[in-house]
Design a protein around this ligand. Structure first.
Ligand code: ATP
Ligand code: MG
Length: 229
């Protein structure tokens, strides 16, 4: 189980994340919804250790990861797909995926990754920079998966991706989650994608969680009202 307890994050004097708590069950998928600038990236970066937390706990099966460097958090089961994907443009697709394998010991790309993303297999010798936005997003996800995560964290994975690919991406992530047994924490502004993917929806507003609903009782209009200005 992955548990965030009352974390605070700041950029210097600017306090951005306020007392955010969140529990993610094994195999559960949680969406963090919020408009531009509400703190989604800041929160997710603090979970993986790209930004320090001022206070609070980040517990993986009871062990506190707060204060650990990112690579140790990856070893403990967190993986991060950053906003904007950050694919290495001059490395091949295969080399890009293997950059994520440093701590899992995989020397080759596991078969299941190419089974879920056959286009990456077809393009494995192409340069990352030559892929479309959607293909780069798949590549970034593959690179995160090769660390064998318990919790896959994705920061606005639909940004800059065609609607047809967005639908496919949600389906693929659901199948992967089921087969591989990991949990998902995803930040989003696109409600339809989150509806396809998440069991639970949280809304972040100016760095605070202001609303939380399970998928079963989701009031779509209510969540949408938080996402429109
Ligand atoms: N490096 C930084 N230094 C100072 N303030 C920052 C920095 N990065 C982000 N902020 C501020 O922190 C707040 C939250 O930004 P953040 O990028 O986390 O939002 P977001 O929800 O991810 O937005 P978007 O949907 O545009 O990606 C904003 O007010 C932003 O201006
Ligand atoms: Mg962001």
């Amino acid at each position: 189980m992955f548990e965030i307890k009352q974390i605070n994050v700041a950029y210097g004097e600017s306090h951005v994340i306020h007392e955010v708590s969140l529990t993610v069950g094994a195999n559960e998928s949680v969406a963090i919804m919020g408009r531009n600038g509400m703190g989604k990236t800041t929160l997710l970066k603090s979970l993986i250790g790209l930004l320090p937390t001022l206070s609070g706990q980040i517990l993986m099966d009871g062990q506190d990861l707060a204060g650990m460097p990112s690579y140790k958090r990856v070893k403990q089961g967190l993986a991060f797909v950053p906003q904007g994907r950050m694919v290495f443009p001059f490395l091949t697709v295969e080399q890009n995926i293997l950059t994520g394998a440093e701590h899992s010991g995989h020397r080759t790309v596991p078969d299941y990754i190419y089974r879920f993303f056959p286009v990456l297999q077809e393009m494995k010798h192409r340069k990352g920079g030559n892929l479309s936005g959607g293909q780069q997003q798949m590549l970034a996800i593959a690179r995160a998966l090769i660390s064998d995560p318990k919790v896959l964290i994705l920061d606005e994975p639909t940004e800059g991706i065609q609607p047809s690919i967005i639908k496919e991406l949600a389906q693929t992530l659901n199948l992967l989650r089921k087969e591989r047994g990991f949990a998902i924490v995803v930040s989003e502004q696109v409600l339809s994608f989150a509806l396809d993917l998440a069991d639970r929806f949280l809304v972040i507003d100016r760095g605070r969680i202001v609303h939380a609903e399970a998928r079963a009782e989701l009031d779509q209009d209510r969540v949408r009202s938080f996402l429109t200005i």
